[in-house]
Design a protein around this ligand. Structure first.
Ligand SMILES: Cc1ncc(COP(=O)(O)O)c(C=O)c1O
Length: 466
């Protein structure tokens, strides 16, 4: 199928800075031809030109994994400014779960933008915010009374969850876990485990943050109960239960390597937290909203967190985050203690309400499970003939392989080479893991089976070639 590109051509040479010589924008969404098609090498000349402009204009501290500039995206593809059509197996880091430029979300955003763009909920509130809070209170695990507060990013949600937990308990210590990732603000850097690139040189970090050992079955071989015992021992002996305000944990670790704790680990931690007056916070920023085949990953283990932090898949690509928690905890701080200029912005909340409707209309839970079955089938087939795939793990449309050497050591070089091969062949993939040796797959649920299998076929070629 041929694709006529009418997207904006951002020509720099001969154009005054800031001027865009634009044709009509290329429309995203599922109507884009669903195919992998390369018309230039990757990156193409227009992307190379934009990379040069980025180099001159954007802080070099802001990295880009794949130097390919986007013109449109939707379904399972991303079209770049050179007209290449790439298979998207990353969803902008687990954000566009509902699909990029989902038509229902786009329509809701358009309608809201034409109505009002901002008032600040703390000044003159609006319906969307309250309706979304009601929906999140109903959707999250547990039938206790819940309350919600909205923010802009995952890190901001985590910061606020910790603020509330400290206020509620009157305690200061917070426990995070090895390999955990919670963001890049000062407190969330302290909570985040990996130094490079997230923390190195950016300290000092917020005090009273401690780290406990995670359950990592592939590496530690412990049962969930054993790993929980180890973690609880660390907390009790090194911090003290009565000093601990909260433990915060990702039910499946994201940036840390898609680590799925052994069964029983999360419930045992939650039982201990409940018994000791410690607030149990599930950070579901990456796992939340259908991706794992449940609305929230906590549900796979039957845990009912005291608080949850949510973002990414909540609003189809618009910036929004939430803290949902037990009403008595969420209501503990004084009125005015939480907030922010943009938190729960009307456009983002409109997008979120439409995103939730799209999940429902598209039977997305089933789709995430189907995608998980395809991922597992193909990855297991690859592992059967390739000992370098040490582990396959994840749930639903959040799956990864951990690549290791013959000696079983993390193989970051191979992981990087495999990712690069995929990028050059027109497949957007991401890596992760404390040791950089985990290759993760986060396709949008709007991808077709054919495109998903084609993308995985490129992964197979990449492994064969390296
Ligand atoms: C589990 C988890 N928590 C928090 C964050 C931070 O979210 P944000 O990048 O929106 O600040 C992330 C981002 O990847 C995440 O995966």
């Amino acid at each position: 199928m041929s694709l006529t590109l009418t997207h904006a051509a951002h020509s720099h040479a001969g154009t005054p800075a800031g001027t865009v010589t634009a044709a009509a924008p290329l429309k995203g969404g599922p109507t884009l031809p669903q195919e992998r098609r390369l018309v230039t090498s990757i990156p193409g000349p227009k992307s190379v030109e934009l990379m040069q402009r980025k180099h001159d204009a954007v802080s070099s501290s802001v990295g880009t994994m794949m130097p390919v500039y986007t013109a449109a995206a939707g379904g399972g593809v991303l079209i770049d400014v050179d007209g290449n059509s790439l298979i998207d197996l990353g969803s902008g880091i687990a954000v566009t779960t509902v699909g990029n430029a989902d038509p229902h979300v786009a329509a809701a955003v358009m309608a809201q933008v034409q109505s009002f763009t901002h008032t600040c909920f703390m000044v003159t509130p609006y319906d969307n915010y309250v309706t979304l809070a009601e929906k999140l209170n109903a959707l999250t695990p547990g039938d206790h009374a819940k309350k919600t507060a909205l923010f802009n990013s995952g890190a901001e949600a985590v910061e606020n969850a910790i603020k509330v937990a400290r206020y509620y308990t009157g305690r200061r210590a917070v426990v995070a876990f090895d390999h955990g990732y919670h963001g890049r603000t000062n407190l969330t850097m302290a909570l985040t485990s990996k130094a490079m690139p997230y923390k190195s040189g950016f300290g000092p970090f917020a005090p009273d943050v401690y780290r406990a050992p995670m359950s990592y079955p592939y590496r530690d071989g412990l049962s969930g109960e054993e790993a929980a015992k180890r973690a609880i021992h660390t907390i009790e002996k090194q911090i003290g239960a009565d000093r601990t305000a909260a433990i915060i944990i990702e039910p499946i670790q994201g940036e840390g390597g898609f680590v799925v704790p052994a069964p029983g680990f999360l419930p045992a931690l939650q039982r201990w937290a409940n018994a000791n007056g410690v607030v149990f916070i599930a950070d579901e920023v990456q796992t939340g909203f259908v991706r794992t085949g449940q609305m929230f990953a906590s549900e796979h283990e039957g845990i009912v967190p005291d608080m949850m932090t949510l973002a990414k898949g909540i609003a189809g690509g618009l910036p929004l985050a939430a803290v949902v928690g037990k009403a008595e905890i969420m209501d503990a701080p004084h009125t005015g203690g939480l907030g922010g200029t943009y938190g729960g912005n009307p456009i983002s909340t409109a997008a979120a309400l439409a995103t939730l409707e799209s999940y429902e209309a598209n039977d997305s839970l089933t789709r995430a499970t189907e995608i998980g079955a395809i991922l597992l089938e193909v990855l297991s087939g690859l592992q059967a003939n390739d000992a370098r795939i040490g582990d396959i793990r994840g749930r639903g449309a959040m799956m990864a392989i951990e690549l290791v050497t013959a000696e079983g050591a993390p193989d970051a070089a191979l992981t990087g080479a495999v990712a690069k091969f995929c990028h050059n062949a027109g497949v957007i993939v991401l890596t992760c893991g404390t040791d950089g040796n985990v290759f993760r797959l986060l396709p949008p649920l709007s991808i077709s089976d054919e495109l998903l299998r084609e993308g995985l076929g490129v992964l197979a070629e990449a492994l064969a070639a390296n």
